[in-house]
Design a protein around this ligand. Sequence first.
Ligand SMILES: Nc1ncnc2c1ncn2[C@@H]1O[C@H](COP(=O)(O)OP(=O)(O)OP(=O)(O)O)[C@@H](O)[C@H]1O
Ligand SMILES: [Mg+2]
Length: 373
Amino acid sequence: MSPRIEVIDLTKTYRRDGGEVITPVDHVSLDVGADELVVLLGPSGCGKTTLLRCVAGLERPDRGTIVIDGRTVFSSDKGIWEPTERRQISMIFQSFALWPHMTVFENVAYPLRCRRTSETEIGRRVAEALATVGIGGLGAQHPGRISGGQQQRVALARALVAGSNVVLFDEPLSNVDAQVRAQLRFELKVMQKRIGFSGLYVTHDQTEAMELGHRVAVLEHGRIAALGRPREIYENPESEYVAGFVGTANIWPGRIVGTDATMVGIETPAGLLHASRAHLSKVDGLRGGDLVSVVIRPEQIRLARGLPDDAPNSLAARVEASLFAGPHTEVVVRAGDLSARIWSHDALLDLEDDEAVCIVIAPERIRVVPRAA
Ligand SMILES: Nc1ncnc2c1ncn2[C@@H]1O[C@H](COP(=O)(O)OP(=O)(O)OP(=O)(O)O)[C@@H](O)[C@H]1O
Ligand SMILES: [Mg+2]
């Protein structure tokens, strides 16, 4: 099936006050398939909103192409520029942007009224949209008197009533507190599955990105630093930036000291590590002497009492701190010149500060990325 949204080699520059030119969208290519939610993830200022606004037609890019449902809505080469209202998409913003003085029904009816749809048609489509998102009974209420989750549903119903089923979200959950946010995220995911719409979803929250996105695009200064399924990005990050931004990672400097058909030896300030070559798909052509960074997730390091044994990657360490975090205990240890964060699920592990321990890392859990400049 052809993609619902296609962004091809898109670039957008801004001129700042004072004349400096910045490029918040820098040669970006990306597509969103039918019933797919693609999340744009990145730190503040990396260009997420700008990219979304380009797709919506609220910003005019400098170069590139945007195709929505097979129709080119922007092409610098062909001189095509379609205004927002002709693009058949909906946007949901931070605050849901519901009108407080209008009822839920009227909020959802608004896009149809703008298009001068008949009253009977409006009645039918709004009732259908409200029922679809599960708030059929709330049409007469005002947004200030319903819960955050219900407001989210109103915003979604309004986005869907227009009939395009392509929805752009700009941090729609950033104004709600952590617990409600987790709940709304879950509800949105369930509704997305049930109703089936395509979406581009902007957030700087990595948990939200991983939970919601069928695929995640990690942005770095206007460029796509990684694009893939959440698990793939988490387990096989392609750079220090991606490893550090998506999830928590131990990132250690390393030098390749020898390779054979199955293993790669890496010297680190914590000691010598062996990584399984089959699990290093993101780097090719590793040679002795290469400077790299070693990436190990905190849950992939095993802690044991006492001295290292002859298991592979068994290293001596000392406990610096042990922090009980509920589902796991975060233990910070010093190994050689490095400190390592470890998330241990071992409930019996009650470690003293400065206690001698050994850390063990399975060779297939080690990732290697190019050393950042
Ligand atoms: N109209 C504008 N004129 C000039 N520069 C702009 C304009 N709008 C945004 N910028 C700049 O473009 C860059 C990207 O902004 P953008 O709003 O896309 O970031 P963002 O990733 O959405 O950040 P946040 O997470 O804070 O919302 C920023 O450096 C911002 O200052
Ligand atoms: Mg933004």
